[in-house]
Each structure stands twice: as C-alpha cells, then as structure tokens.
Design a protein. Structure first.
Length: 229
C-alpha cells in the first residue's frame, strides 16, 4: 500500500489585472510651470485594500510617441496609493524646450494584495502636450492702427501700413462702396501683411479695414481708413 503524499502543492494565483490611465494638459509654453494638480493618473481594477506606487513620466520632445518606454523618460513625481482612484502628481513639471511631449504613468503593482502592475500604454494612443516658445494669448489684440496710407490715383492703387498690440497676424478688407449706396457692404476679411497693396482699382470710394489677430481671436475694433480714387 502506497503511503500518503508528504505534502500537497500550493495553488498559484495569477496577479489581479489592474488598469492605469494618465491625463495632462494639451498645451503649454517653455519656462511656464505645469502644476502637479493638472497631471493625474487613474487606477482601476485593484483589490482593496491595496498598496503600490504610481509614477508620472513625460517623454520628449519628439514628434511621435516613443515605441519603448523603458528609457528616455523624465520622472515628474511618484506617490504611494491605497487602491483604485484618481491621483494627482505631488510635483509639477516645467518644460525647458519647445516641441511635443508624451504623458505616461505606471503602477508598480502590489504583491501583498495580489495586484499586478500596469501602465497607461506606450506608443500610439499616448496623450501629448505641445509646448510653444511663448504663452498663448488670453485676449485678442488691441489698438489696431493704420500707420500710413499711400494713394496713387494715376496707377489706381493704394498701399496701407498698420500695426497692433499682441498681434501674430492681420486680416484686411477693402470695400468698394457704390456711389448711390448709403450703407457700405459688409467687409470680407482675408489674411494680410503690412504693408498691403491693392492694384488695378476702379475710380470710386473705398473703405479699408484691418484688424490684428492672435490665438484668442481678432481685434473687435478694426482700424478704418476711407479713400477716394
């Protein structure tokens, strides 16, 4: 008769699957700090109670997301977490170069409570932040002004020079007002640069309008100059 087995094998339980996602601003500017409260990670699927650590990273600047997230990262912050939830990085990050950066977060896992590691994913699908050399404008340009208007009746042309505070570009419109019309047509603005020259103009009365433009919009009060050829 065979004797009883000296012992029994211990069952293996695979780690519990966890999930991590990351979120951060989509735009920023060189030298402007991004607060940790703006950079978050969400952990889900963990057993409770739980332990483990979430680390926030950023990759870049590079035009496309990294295919391998095992190196080349800048650590933003890390913290121990008690389980599922949305967590904000305890520290912020200040970009020092312009370009595109890629957000990444990783959860270490928790062997004591059976939670496996997870991360927000590397490569295609990573969320990004585009960092520019100057902060985006918060208000439209103001004080658009026509600095000079040169009218050449012999050549039937007009040239206008202009400027505006905080403008990154300009929009111009030239309206030909019919002699019998009391109300001028609505201006049709198109992108332009200073100086702006109009050639081959017919004899008549014209109204030139120009407005500065930036990321926040257009100057609500265009500069206006009326001329006659």
């Amino acid at each position: 008769m065979l004797g009883a087995a000296a012992g029994s094998a211990r069952a293996f339980n695979p780690p519990n699957q966890t999930y991590t996602t990351v979120s951060g601003p989509a735009s920023g500017s060189v030298g402007t700090p991004i607060a940790g409260s703006q950079i978050s990670a969400t952990l889900s699927g963990a057993n409770s109670p739980s332990t483990g650590e979430i680390t926030w990273d950023v990759y870049g600047p590079e035009s496309s997301p990294p295919s391998d997230c095992s190196s080349g990262n800048t650590i933003i912050g890390y913290m121990n977490v008690p389980g599922d939830g949305v967590y904000q990085s305890p520290t912020g990050w200040t970009p020092l170069q312009s370009g595109t950066y890629w957000w990444y977060a990783v959860y270490s896992g928790d062997g004591v409570h059976g939670n496996g590691p997870s991360n927000s994913g590397c490569g295609a699908g990573m969320s990004s932040i585009v960092v520019s050399t100057s902060p985006p404008a918060k208000t439209p340009p103001a004080n658009t002004a026509i600095t000079e208007a040169k009218i050449n009746k012999k050549k039937h042309q007009a040239t206008f020079s202009f400027k505006a505070s905080d403008a990154t570009s300009f929009q111009c419109a030239l309206i030909n007002q019919p002699m019998k019309s009391k109300k001028p047509p609505k201006p049709h603005f198109v992108t332009c640069k200073s100086p702006k020259t109009y050639k081959h103009l017919n004899t008549g009365q014209y109204t030139f309008e120009v407005r500065g433009v930036n990321a926040a919009g257009a100057d609500p009060r265009p500069a206006i100059k009326k001329i006659r050829l």
